[in-house]
Ligand binder design. Structure first.
Ligand code: SF4
Length: 724
């Protein structure tokens, strides 16, 4: 077996660097790279099973178009596809203006691609309707960091795990969703018995089972819990007054806010015993290094930004930030969700952590792109959920979707389907076809995936990594950035004639110079020589920065971080007599997002072959539903039928459904047929973790259901379900 090379893993935001070995063009073995800072040789099952996902019968190899969605797709040349789509876009732009088009991308896209998307849509077309599935993952974390600390981007790094003595994991099932980072915590638990790990989660997840203390917060009770903790810490007199005085603003308001809170009432709202909260407060009070990890459980909420602010308040109160082993660490779900933020993919952003609303920021970028003043609109564009609402209403006419599968991952899927059916033009750029989304498209464009191109990405700890091309893409598939550049040139636009990915990268980092995410020193040639560098990295001789704010100056107007008092707010749709249960959704260890890749790896499918509903034994008994029997779950938006997995991991009154299975694998039974599309006021992140549902025992399977992802692999349909 020969070594084919190394690449960053294309799955989660841990950003493991993997080494691929194989023969005859096939990947047969994948290992973690020992010296890679993100994983130190670690790897999880998803990374290890990348081999079977590369050369599959559903890889897209040629551009395909159809003029009518009742017709089959016809393969065409790239030249034909670019000019056909450019003519269609031009007609829509001329008839309806720039706000009639949109780009919906992904944290899977590399930074080179995301940068060119912004240059094309925000710069040349004057349309800020570019957003990403990162909106579903971490928009609240972006807004939380920005409002509390003055800038997006985590202050911490993975090495802080080795230095912290209290780690709080809140709203994150790291053991399944970020396994290699969790393995580092587990290794520290074994090596350092003084390390205490506390998990705050309504479910007794695999992560919670490994904790020293699990606080099963009531769904939606996070802010109340964090305020109760703040109140207890204040009462204990353990605030770091020196830090608070010199480096923060708004403490007095926060103190008065907390003092007006009744801890018993807060505890009632959290569903957690006061003694357990007091124990956590004592752990934090005595910690040398208090490190917190958080993810979708905080972010996927209509008050996700407030939850982030409330957690950061605790770090500011105790001075547990801006020093090794301490700080708030937002985990990113995708390999380049961070790069998307840095290059400005979200609808309010411009490259270099700039915003479209800021006059100076727009002028900076217009000058850099050699555009006339006023080319970039000051109006924030549509966000993910808003785009699909606008499509359904006919306000948005065309959408270009790349590297994501919204017909599975967005909330309220019946509405998403209607929106795509209503669109005049749907372009899907992906490595695979069909997906649930590409089935509804007018054009499908073949993208080269991770091992088939040069690409750059940023992981959860701000580590910018270069991945080389390891083998040829299938057929005529092209790197995503080349597809966007070819389309831009067909529109007659200048500024898209880059010869290679390095040229795109070097152009992009110029826009980060002297910005908080300064990567001006992480040039393409340095990254190709070193593999990775952690930003800020302002000059070509700079070694990169492990931790931010060590000088205790935050990027706010006066250099101080902000206390932001936030009240408990109930989720948008509370249970009632008609829909008395709470549905929460999430991920499983074996699968990734919408199964586009992981359903092709037999070993992963064997581990988790079917969708299911996790239900407490008491609720199952009331329904008279036994293990594996079908339960009908209804919300105000849809109905699905899933086999019961009976488990005390969920409390009575709450169910859990993994969101991975879409219509290709379990027709009509995707979790997101049930979820609510309510979004937060600032972050605009949908409330995927909470909606009200009703349960009944189902008499017969859903008539459209094919039951299992095993169908794709022609494997036996029946796999015994095991209670977790
Ligand atoms: Fe890939 Fe994440 Fe697993 Fe690492 S932990 S191998 S990045 S899926």
């Amino acid at each position: 077996m020969a070594i084919l090379g190394e690449s960053v893993c294309p799955y989660c935001g841990v950003g493991c660097r993997l080494r691929f070995e194989g023969t005859g063009g096939k990947v047969l073995k994948v290992r973690g790279v020992e010296h890679a800072p993100a994983n130190l040789g670690g790897i999880c099952a998803k990374g290890a099973q990348l081999g079977p996902t590369i050369d599959t019968p559903d890889r897209l190899t040629r551009p395909q178009l159809r003029q009518d969605r009742r017709q089959a797709f016809q393969a065409v040349s790239w030249d034909h596809a670019f000019h056909d789509l450019a003519a269609k876009f031009r007609r829509i732009l001329d008839a309806y203006g720039p706000e009639a088009v949109a780009f919906y991308g992904s944290g899977q896209l590399d930074t080179e691609t995301v940068y060119l998307v912004g240059k094309l849509f925000k710069g040349h077309l004057g349309c800020n309707n570019t957003d990403s599935n990162s909106r579903l993952c971490m928009a609240a974390a972006v807004a939380g960091y920005r409002t509390s600390l003055g800038s997006d981007g985590p202050p911490v790094c993975y090495e802080d795990i080795d230095l912290a003595d209290v780690i709080v994991i809140m709203g994150s099932n790291m053991a399944e969703a970020h396994p290699v980072t969790f393995d580092r915590i587990r290794a520290n638990q074994k090596r350092r018995p003084e390390l205490k790990v506390v998990v705050i989660d309504p479910r007794r997840t695999a992560t919670a089972q490994a904790a020293d203390l699990h606080l099963p917060v009531a769904p939606g009770g996070d802010i109340a819990l964090l305020n109760a903790l703040g109140r207890l810490l204040l009462h204990m007199g353990v605030a770091d007054w020196g830090f608070v005085d010199k480096h923060t603003r708004g403490f007095e308001e926060y103190r008065l806010f907390l003092q007006a809170q009744d801890v018993d009432e807060l505890c009632a709202a959290t569903g957690v015993a006061k003694e357990d909260l007091a124990r956590l407060a004592q752990l934090i009070a005595g910690a040398r290094g208090f490190l917190s990890f958080y993810c979708m459980g905080l972010n996927q909420s209509t008050v996700g930004m407030w939850k982030n602010n409330s957690l950061i308040n605790l770090h500011l109160l105790t001075g547990q930030i801006a020093r090794p082993g301490a700080g708030p660490f937002s985990l990113t779900g995708q390999p380049n969700a961070m790069g998307g933020r840095e290059a400005g993919l979200l609808s309010h952003q411009l490259p270099g952590y700039r915003t479209v609303e800021d006059d100076t920021h727009r002028r900076d970028v217009e000058r850099y792109w050699e555009l006339r003043a006023g080319s970039i609109s000051p109006k924030v564009g549509l966000t993910a959920v808003e785009m699909f609402r606008a499509l359904e209403k006919g306000q948005l006419k065309a959408i270009w979707i790349a590297g994501t599968n919204p017909a599975v991952s967005l909330p309220d899927l019946h509405h998403v389907r209607r929106a795509l059916e209503r669109a005049e033009l749907v372009v899907v750029q992906d490595a695979y076809h069909p997906t649930e989304t590409s089935r509804l498209a007018d054009a499908v464009l073949p993208a080269a995936q991770w091992g088939e191109k040069e690409w750059t990405s940023t992981n959860s700890e701000r580590m910018v990594s270069y991945s080389p091309k390891l083998w040829e893409p299938p057929g005529e598939a092209l790197p995503d950035w080349q597809i966007l550049a070819g389309f831009a040139r067909a529109l007659g636009l200048k500024g898209f004639a880059h010869a290679n990915a390095a040229q795109v990268w070097d152009e992009f980092i110029g826009l980060t110079s002297r910005r908080p995410c300064d990567m001006a020193g992480a040039t393409a040639s340095r990254l190709r020589a070193l593999g990775s560098l952690q930003w800020p990295c302002p000059t070509p001789d700079h070694p990169g920065t492990q931790r931010r704010y060590l000088d205790r100056r935050f990027p706010t107007a006066d250099g101080r971080a902000l206390f932001l008092p936030r009240d408990h707010r109930a989720p948008r749709e509370m249970p009632d007599h008609e829909f008395p249960f709470v549905l929460t959704t999430g991920r499983l260890y074996a699968h990734w997002h919408t199964l586009t890749r992981t359903a092709k790896a037999d070993k992963l499918v064997r581990r988790e072959p079917c969708p299911f509903v996790e239900i407490n034994p008491a609720d199952a008994a009331t329904l008279k539903a036994a293990e594996g029997e079908l339960v009908q779950i209804s919300s105000r938006r849809g109905t699905v039928k899933l086999p019961a997995r009976i488990s005390t991991a969920v409390p009575p009154g709450m169910i859990f459904v993994p969101f991975h299975w879409g219509d290709l694998f379990s027709d009509g039974n995707a979790a997101n047929y049930l979820t609510i599309s309510a979004i937060g006021r600032v972050a605009k992140q949908p409330e995927l973790k909470f909606c009200a549902v009703n349960l009944e025992k189902a008499a017969v399977p859903n008539p459209q259901s094919n039951g299992s992802s095993r169908q794709l692999l022609s494997l036996p349909l029946v796999e015994p379900l095991v209670a977790s």
